[in-house]
Design a protein around this ligand. Structure first.
Ligand code: SF4
Ligand code: SF4
Length: 442
């Protein structure tokens, strides 16, 4: 199968060797679990427990609030000890359910009905996936059931599975493919069946040869699934870049992948779908890469959703004396963590502890119009010009210059010799535009 790649992009140091060879281990249950009701794209869940309630592992603590929402489940048995506003990994505060974990509980989820997916209608599969609270585990946390039922006006012909994991440091998808290739293929089977497609492509960057081999070995003979090795380039895991790399087709500005007949899903999400139809368990835990030169014992861990970041770092023997910053996600698109009390949520792919040497100097110099950011931008924007507009708050002009196409990949900031935090400027500008548009609509 041809590999098309995409133009521009960057090649940051991979830094994956810290954890790429480490098998996934299960982290013990912490003393307390914190479950924010807002942890996916779409509407937050609505609270359905009260302080003092005892919940079993797998019981809902928040119901889905409409179609663009999923429930949140207790990832450990215990007593609801508080419901309050709590630090969220995105830097804000969100309503959260605290569970004091019952240390004597078996933590075996109540036996649940395991739906036999082959006999289900599309609507029943979609409902089972929504009820299980499955969202995209690649970071964006988009509700998976919505992708399983694309609008009827479009015909989906190809399912593309995202195994690129192009962010430096992160290896949770890599290890999922190496250790659980059968689950990835099973999830792929359910998704192909539900979407009614006969063709799937799993794109994996060539720096994961063991993952490519494991997926090839486990490939079902009765399905047309291609494992496509891809050259290593950032941000190949971004949905539109991946579609171009695999099919050579460009998704038009402002349009969804389905308009070109494609649905994209992350390998971790496929493994989560497999779990739903294999065990009947909702999404209670996820694989997190905890890594960085500022961490004493990097690891790939199965972590109960709701585990506090400080407990996660403590389990990895804590940080080194020269640790300077904790990033949630990878260093290119991730966010600096403001509060270690914030919990792991469904979209937490990794936690990276950077040392003082790795943290970029604060000094920002004027733009020297070198054009490197233009050469790096994979969606062909002019980051230098957009940066000028952001500084003087000319948001309308930024919108006219396609700010909405910016995926905040950070490639422009990465190459800028003047240290201009371009992607942060664009993130703030997008938020300002949203506020202006919301105020205008009110
Ligand atoms: S302008 Fe946006 S899409 Fe382009 S390189 Fe910068 S962050 Fe990425
Ligand atoms: S890379 Fe930085 S210095 Fe060069 S043109 Fe872009 S904003 Fe200006």
């Amino acid at each position: 199968m041809a590999f098309f790649g995409f133009k521009h992009g960057v090649h940051p140091p991979e830094e994956k060797e810290l954890t790429s060879g480490l098998p996934i281990r299960r982290m013990p249950y912490p003393d307390e679990i914190i479950l924010p009701l807002r942890q996916h794209a779409g509407k937050p869940a609505t609270l359905c427990v009260k302080v003092g309630d005892y919940v079993e592992r797998g019981d809902p603590v928040g119901h889905a609030d409409g179609y663009m929402s999923v429930p949140i489940h207790a990832s450990a048995a215990g007593t609801v000890s508080a419901i309050d506003l709590w630090p969220h990994p995105d830097g804000s505060y969100a309503q959260a359910v605290h569970i004091k974990v019952d240390k004597y509980a078996l933590q075996a989820a109540r036996p649940r009905m395991v739906p036999r997916w082959e006999g289900l209608t599309v609507q029943q599969v979609v409902k089972a996936v929504q009820d299980a609270g499955v969202v995209g585990l690649g970071g964006a946390a988009f509700p998976t059931h919505v992708k399983l039922a694309p609008p009827k006006d479009y015909t989906v012909h190809t399912l593309i599975i995202n195994g690129a994991e192009c962010e430096p440091y992160l290896t949770s998808d890599h290890r999922t493919m190496v250790e659980f290739p059968d689950r990835v293929h099973f999830g792929c089977r359910v998704m192909m069946h539900t979407l009614g497609v006969t063709k799937a492509v799993i794109g994996v960057e060539r720096n994961k040869p063991d993952a490519i081999e494991a997926l090839e070995r486990a490939k079902p003979k009765d399905l047309d699934i291609t494992i496509l090795p891809m050259t290593v380039k950032y941000p190949q895991g971004a949905e539109k870049m991946l579609i171009h790399a695999v099919t050579g087709v460009e998704v038009p500005s402002g349009k969804l992948p389905v308009t070109v007949g494609v649905v994209v899903q992350n390998v971790g999400s496929l493994a989560a779908i497999a779990e739903v139809f294999d065990t009947g368990l909702p999404l209670l835990e996820r694989i997190v890469t905890v890594t960085g030169h500022g961490l004493k014992r990097p690891a790939n861990l199965i972590v109960p959703v709701g585990t506090k970041m400080k407990d996660l770092l403590a389990y990895c023997d804590g940080v080194t004396p020269n640790a300077a910053e904790v990033i949630i996600g990878g260093p290119m698109m991730g966010q600096s963590l403001a509060n270690l009390e914030a919990p792991v949520i469904k979209g937490t792919t990794g936690v990276v502890v950077l040392t003082a040497d790795e943290v970029r100097g604060e000094k920002v110099y004027p733009c020297i119009h070198c054009g490197r950011c233009l050469e790096a931008c994979p969606v062909f924007l002019n980051p230098s010009w957009l940066g000028d507009l952001a500084r003087v708050k000319r948001y309308d002009e930024m919108a006219a210059n396609h700010l909405s196409d910016c995926m905040l990949c950070g490639s422009c900031s990465y190459v800028c010799p003047s240290n201009i935090p371009l992607s942060q400027l664009f993130q703030a500008s997008k938020a300002a535009l949203r506020r202006i548009q919301t105020a205008g609509a009110a």
